[in-house]
Design a binder for this molecule. Structure first.
Ligand code: HEC
Length: 124
């Protein structure tokens, strides 16, 4: 029997420790990769700038400003990238989007996408 398969081998203790450490490090890697894709917590902080128009948590109170809460993340990312590049033109949003990094866009889009959307207000 090879040494690694012998469960009475005293080395097994450190072997188990290695497995435990590997498992822990893969758990720790989850928040890191989540940050690369977008962090709702970071987005919430960054959304302070947006609140005046888009409302708290993206629920706009003014019909001139679109609701962002519960919108698809990919839609929000695309909208912000398009404002930033000028592909979508709006004088107000061009200014705000020009300040945003790719990570800001990911974080903001993640934050708004995980909010509850509007209730159905008009159709009964
Ligand atoms: C001064 C008011 C104002 C502020 C502040 C503001 N926005 Fe906007 N936003 C608007 C307006 C007006 C529109 C609609 C523009 C259009 O018709 O394309 C809009 C549109 C958007 C859209 C597209 C929504 C859709 O339904 O297509 C996104 C996404 C967005 N804003 C995100 C943000 C983010 C993120 C911030 C903060 C960094 C922000 N906005 C700050 C006024 C504002």
């Amino acid at each position: 029997m090879p040494a690694w398969a012998n469960t009475s081998n005293p080395d097994m203790k450190s072997h188990h420790l290695t497995i435990l450490l590997l498992a822990l490090s893969s758990l720790l890697a989850v928040p890191l990769s989540a940050a690369a894709k977008g962090s709702a917590a970071a987005g919430q902080q960054k959304a302070a700038t947006c609140e005046a128009c888009h409302g708290k948590d993206g629920k706009s109170m003014d019909p001139n400003y679109p609701n962002l809460a519960g919108q698809h993340k990919s839609y929000l990312v695309k909208a912000l990238i398009d404002y930033r590049s000028g592909q979508r033109s709006n004088a107000i949003m061009a200014g705000f989007a020009s300040q945003l990094s790719n990570q800001d866009i990911q974080d903001l889009a993640t934050w708004y996408s995980v909010q509850d959307g509007l209730e159905d207000l008009s159709i009964k």
